[in-house]
Design a protein around this ligand. Structure first.
Ligand code: NDP
Length: 253
């Protein structure tokens, strides 16, 4: 029996990257996992397949975040999937992972680009938490993926970093609000972590990025997923409202 057996989890943006790794890890720990995606159905289905191959339980949920009706659509699919498999709609663990980078210089950041980044990265997590609380029993877990860029300057990502700064506020205020229910709320801040971005195929770029970490390498999705799994477990019951630096020492300077 895994330490999350009997629990249910939603990991937003878990068709790829860190979300995928978190979904695999939570499922390996015994949770029934909703693998959320927006366009990459094949990748999400593959995550479910991998989980099931290892004896775990998972299903896919599609919803584009950052558009009107996003949370409603996601919860329609989520509740249907949970009801089919558990007979109820309890959600014990919410991982707000889906996010979009900015990658635009301050002078090129249009109001439209700014709003988009905030809609996906900050607005959606707030309303997902608000909605998830209807389904979350006492003792639940909320984990929001922030970024080391809230403490490490990169002008090309100013709007993105601002949106992640907003995400970190979720842990501070919701943690206080939800303490009486035994629900913990924490932020995890990854540093540069391997994903599908073609930059990770360029050895010189990877070498340069590796130099930012105290460990001399870029992060792997599993490096962050293991932190998420810890915060989701009972072992982390006394941690709430915290900022967990999962940058591999990048913030040490
Ligand atoms: P990826 O870019 O590898 O994957 C993004 C995931 O989010 C995919 O599952 C994608 O779904 C989903 N997604 C993207 N936009 C939307 C949307 N509008 N609505 C719904 N789902 C969406 O992610 P990473 O692993 O790189 O990043 C995960 C989180 O970590 C993000 O919040 C990111 O900001 C943060 N982060 C990443 C760092 C890095 O170096 N990679 C560093 C610090 C923080 P689909 O497959 O369907 O497109």
């Amino acid at each position: 029996m895994g330490r999350l057996t009997g629990k249910t989890a939603l990991v937003t943006g878990s068709s790829r990257g860190m979300g995928r790794a978190a979904a695999l890890r939570l499922a390996a720990d015994g949770a029934l996992v909703a693998v959320h995606y927006t366009s990459n159905e094949e990748a999400a289905a593959e995550v479910v397949e991998l989980i099931e191959k290892d004896g775990g339980r998972a299903f896919t949920v599609r919803a584009e975040l950052g558009v009107p009706g996003d949370v409603h659509e996601l919860f329609l699919g989520l509740e249907e999937g949970l009801r089919e498999r558990t007979g109820g709609t309890d959600l014990n663990i919410l991982v707000n992972n889906a996010g979009v980078m900015g990658g635009v210089k301050p002078e090129e950041t249009t109001p439209e680009k700014f709003d988009r980044v905030f809609a996906v990265n900050a607005r959606a997590p707030f309303f997902l938490i608000q909605r998830a609380l209807k389904n979350m029993p006492d003792g639940g877990r909320i984990i929001n993926i922030s970024s080391g860029l809230t403490r490490f300057a990169n002008p090309d990502e100013i709007a993105y970093a601002m949106s992640k700064g907003a995400v970190e506020q979720l842990a501070l205020h919701f943690a206080k609000y939800l303490g009486p229910r035994g629900i913990t709320v924490n932020s995890v801040a990854p540093g540069i972590t391997r994903n599908d971005n073609p930059v990770f195929q360029i050895p010189e770029a990877v070498e340069q990025m590796s130099g930012l970490s105290a460990f001399g390498r870029v992060g792997e999705p599993e490096d962050v997923a293991d932190v998420v799994a810890f915060l989701a477990s009972d072992d982390a019951r006394w941690i709430t409202g915290s900022f967990v630096d999962a940058t591999g020492g990048t913030l040490l300077g």
